[in-house]
Design a protein around this ligand. Structure first.
Ligand code: SF4
Ligand code: MG
Length: 335
């Protein structure tokens, strides 16, 4: 399948001000040179500890915050700045957030909530209202009973279904799910996950699935991308990454996963402590302060994403490079 979303060298640093003169004293390197591709119909999982830049990456893709640098292309066309460019991009790419309540306007009925986007995009009111009914049914909510209700009259799971319906009502190609099921009870989470899988098949969708939950990511993803302190450290097909990770950070994350088959489980010690301050990330490999395999070179030289053993599997680790027998590939990530 063709590449649907292409992200090249995306960067966002948030300036930090301080001192008596309130001068800029540093910058949080929230996203620091992130590149990846997503092919039509696939689900790319994005994992990493909180603060690794996965949510910021999602917001940059949606232009909810402006990137400092980098290029984003959807369907082979670079997203143009300005109102029209952004509007066209948002028709093709929609996002569902973790907080189902905060992302709904409490004063709008469910019908108006779902019909709003299509109306903004020029769909006639009657058609938009019909779409609201249709998409409510698609997400498993009876239109007759839900269309006149307000968000506070719904459960968390029902609200998240409405958010999904709202995203789909624009008939997007790509849906970014940022911890979209993380706030739900386990049983509801499973139902909404299965709904997402069904919708993906029915509407030929492409997902970016952002989550801290490695079990859920394993369940839904075709490929997985791992971020640490604003950088991509590993990316690869889901089974390859979960059973033959080539990056110590990924292996440490996996070894903390409770439900993983012990035979397949990575044997890295679990992570100790919190990630370092992203204002002044460690030089060289950003993970070296927590990595049990760190050597001198790791403190001095930044490792770049490099093709490792399997097809489509890339890791940014000096040791993986030496171990794989592959020469250093360009930093760019192929699907
Ligand atoms: Fe660890 Fe060095 Fe690899 Fe970084 S480059 S993950 S510090 S072994
Ligand atoms: Mg987040």
């Amino acid at each position: 399948p063709p590449v649907l979303l292409q992200v090249d060298d995306l960067k966002k640093h948030f300036p930090i001000f301080g001192g008596a003169l309130n001068r800029q004293v540093g910058a949080v390197q929230a996203v620091d040179g992130v590149s990846f591709e997503v092919r039509r119909g696939e689900t790319l999982g994005i994992v990493g500890e909180s603060g690794c830049g996965k949510s910021t990456t999602a917001k940059l893709l949606m232009h909810l915050i402006e990137p400092d640098a980098g290029a984003i292309s959807v369907g082979g066309e670079e997203v143009r700045r300005g109102r029209r460019g952004l509007r066209e991009m948002r028709r093709r790419m929609q996002m569902v957030f973790q907080d189902s309540y905060a992302s709904l306007n409490p004063r709008l009925t469910i019908e108006d909530t779902i019909a709003f986007g299509p109306k903004v995009h020029g769909v006639p009111v009657k058609v938009a209202k019909q779409r609201a009914r249709d998409f409510l049914a698609k997400v498993g909510l009876d239109p007759n009973s839900f269309i006149r209700r307000y968000p506070h009259e719904l459960s968390g799971g029902q609200r998240q279904r409405v958010n999904i319906a709202r995203a789909l009502a624009l008939e997007p190609d790509i849906v970014i799910l940022d911890e979209a099921v993380s706030a739900l009870d386990k049983s509801v989470e499973a139902q909404v996950l299965n709904l997402l899988m069904d919708l993906k098949r029915d509407f030929d969708l492409t997902y970016l699935f952002i989550s801290h939950d490695l079990n859920v990511v394993h369940y839904v993803s075709d490929r997985v991308l791992v971020m640490y302190l604003g950088k991509v450290v590993e990316v690869g097909p889901v089974e390859m990454l979960y059973t033959a990770s080539q990056h110590p950070y990924t292996r440490a994350l996996l070894s903390a996963m409770p439900a993983m088959d012990p035979d397949k489980r990575a044997t890295e010690p679990p992570l100790a402590g919190d990630p370092p301050n992203p204002i002044n990330p460690p030089p060289g490999c950003r993970f070296h302060t927590r990595c049990v395999h760190a050597e001198e070179v790791c403190k001095l030289k930044e490792p770049f994403l490099t093709r490792v053993a399997g097809e489509g599997h890339f890791s940014a680790c000096h040791m993986a490079i030496e171990g794989s027998g592959h020469s250093q590939a360009p930093q760019r990530v192929a699907a």
